[in-house]
Design a protein around this ligand. Structure first.
Ligand code: FPP
Ligand code: MG
Length: 308
């Protein structure tokens, strides 16, 4: 099963797609909380891992819809750090599924290149088994030049961990002694919201415009808590493996309806951000150098994980 499905649209579905594209704004970035795989499996009397596998198949349809809708960035919650608390059988089953899917991805990178899809795994990947770290790091490096659609797979992810890692990144990367006698080291006045935001896993992504959660749960479950303050939230009772293109289109309509208010909030945030930048030298050469070093160090880590 490929990461992007060959979904066959009916005429009515094509018409609905085109109408939404012509009459309203299409979100730039959508985040999906794929919930309800096990309830679906129970309802069909199949194994829960089979439910997760069908969940992946649905993700491949969703990616196809996003590509065809002209969405540029998709983030999907595939494995929370909290999921480590599930039975070892389920955790191992999910890792095996990920091993299978990332191996398929590496075997079909030409298909991803054709669509210009870049894969970024966001999360604490060092918590994963070594062979999975290698697959994930290789997939990221192999697709890093693609820039038409960014697919962020949140794996071993929680927001609280992401923020903790961001603080750690500031401390670790600031203590590297390859600069001139510490002249470039960040100062306490450099530490502000914008710097921390630039140290998150999502540092190269705009915040999601729309969050789509299935299965009737209306929680955020420690997913992108920093990034979602101005996003449209869309909840549906349908279980993830059961969603249809009509559920997807309904979420786009909800976004188009609420977008104006969202933009007003975002304008206010940008003003706040400019104010912060002025008061704290966010654009200083020192901060820029630090962020370049952070990116270079994160890439070095990927190269070392990929070659382990
Ligand atoms: C939530 O449903 C779903 C998950 C914890 C796993 C989702 C993973 C996939 C769809 C596979 C993704 C794999 C890759 C490689 C991207 P749940 O288990 O919480 O179900 P429930 O709410 O009914 O208990
Ligand atoms: Mg659940």
């Amino acid at each position: 099963m490929s990461w992007v499905s060959d979904y066959q649209y009916t005429c009515l579905q094509k018409l609905a797609f085109q109408t939404l594209q012509l009459t309203g704004y299409v979100p730039h970035h959508i985040a999906f909380v794929m919930d309800g795989n096990r309830r679906f499996a129970r309802s069909k009397h199949i194994d829960k891992i089979e439910g997760h596998s069908l969940g992946f198949a649905k993700l491949a349809d969703v990616l196809r819809w996003c590509l065809d809708m002209g969405i540029r960035e998709v983030t999907t919650f595939a494995f929370s750090i909290e999921n480590f608390k599930r039975s070892s059988e389920e955790v191992e089953g999910l890792f095996n599924l990920a091993r299978e899917k990332f191996s398929t991805l590496l075997a079909e990178t030409s298909r991803l290149d054709e669509h210009g899809i870049q894969i970024r795994v966001i999360g604490n990947i060092e918590l994963l088994p070594k062979d999975l770290q290698r697959l994930v790091a290789t997939a990221m490096l192999r697709t890093e030049r693609n820039d038409k659609l960014f697919l962020n797979v949140a794996f071993a992810y929680t927001s609280r961990d992401e923020i903790t890692q961001a603080v750690e990144a500031v401390l670790k990367n600031n203590n590297d002694d390859d600069d001139d006698e510490g002249q470039d080291a960040l100062q306490p006045t450099d530490i502000n919201e914008r710097l921390l935001e630039a140290c998150l896993y999502t540092r190269h992504s705009p915040p999601p415009d729309l969050v789509f959660r299935t299965s009737g749960e209306t929680r955020l479950s420690d997913f992108m808590m920093w990034q979602l303050s101005t996003s449209v939230l869309y909840f549906t009772d349908v279980l993830w493996p059961q969603i249809t293109i009509w559920n997807f289109l309904a979420s786009i309509v909800a976004y188009q309806r609420d977008r104006c208010r969202l933009e007003a909030f975002r304008r206010q945030e940008r003003l706040h951000s400019v104010h912060l930048a002025k008061s704290s030298e966010f654009y200083s050469l020192r901060v820029q150098k630090f962020l370049l070093k952070l990116d270079a160090n994160r890439r070095k880590l990927l190269i070392s994980l990929a070659s382990n």
